[in-house]
Design a protein around this ligand. Sequence first.
Ligand SMILES: Nc1ncnc2c1ncn2[C@@H]1O[C@H](COP(=O)(O)OP(=O)(O)OP(=O)(O)O)[C@@H](O)[C@H]1O
Length: 256
Amino acid sequence: MASELLKATDVSEVFGGLKAVSDFNVHIDRGELVGLIGPNGAGKTTAFNLFTGVYQPTTGEIVFDGKSIVGLKPYQITQRGIARTFQNIRLFSELTVLDNVKIAFHFHVKYGLLEAVCRAGRYFREEEEIEAESMKLLEIFHLEKQAGELAKNLPYGAQRRLEIARALAAKPKLLLLDEPAAGMNPQETKELMEMISWIRREFGLTILLIEHDMSLVMGICERIYVLEYGTIIAQGTPEEIRKDPEVIRAYLGGEA
Ligand SMILES: Nc1ncnc2c1ncn2[C@@H]1O[C@H](COP(=O)(O)OP(=O)(O)OP(=O)(O)O)[C@@H](O)[C@H]1O
């Protein structure tokens, strides 16, 4: 189907004897904002690692933008258009905020090594453009004033926002966010929700989001998949998920 951007079919991932993911079937249409939830150890991050080439599926097929991505290395998948953030923030902590974003833009530069070494015209033009685009991204995430600071000196919530800005610099079609609100206070979480909705519209993105903060997931996702012990036990709109007896049993502890 033309509108389908990502489709995982019968995917499993086995570590030793443990099936971290099994009979895993998900599909995400272009432009959708989809949530992936489930208890600790359910296999959510493993699914992201499968979509980004960190792990290869033991069985099954993963198709992105019409082509299989099984067997591709992480950088090849980034070039195809999938970018991600990590549960445990992975910034270049000793680089500035600006440089963290500029690095990701370099996936797309057109100047060659020789031009860079010789500091030829195209090198300077592209570097200027990259700097300007990086600053625009920092502005979106309210980080422009900290552009010159080392990433490690940013407060935690700001580091999380910087990770998303850096992921966007790779110009992805699909953005995978692994617990973007982890460690944020309620106000920061609310602002982050607004940013995620805004960047999706502004950049025409498709987003898959892992999140434990239920208000965030229910508030912004159109569709939600629920994982338990590596298997999808439910999928549907936030309203359907809230009422699903399997989900209430497995994940919400009867509070829904
Ligand atoms: N590289 C690995 N080697 C062995 N086991 C692994 C590996 N990666 C994940 N697992 C196991 O696979 C299962 C799923 O882990 P995963 O991190 O995907 O869960 P999760 O849903 O993201 O959990 P959390 O919400 O705690 O982050 C767990 O039992 C985990 O211990």
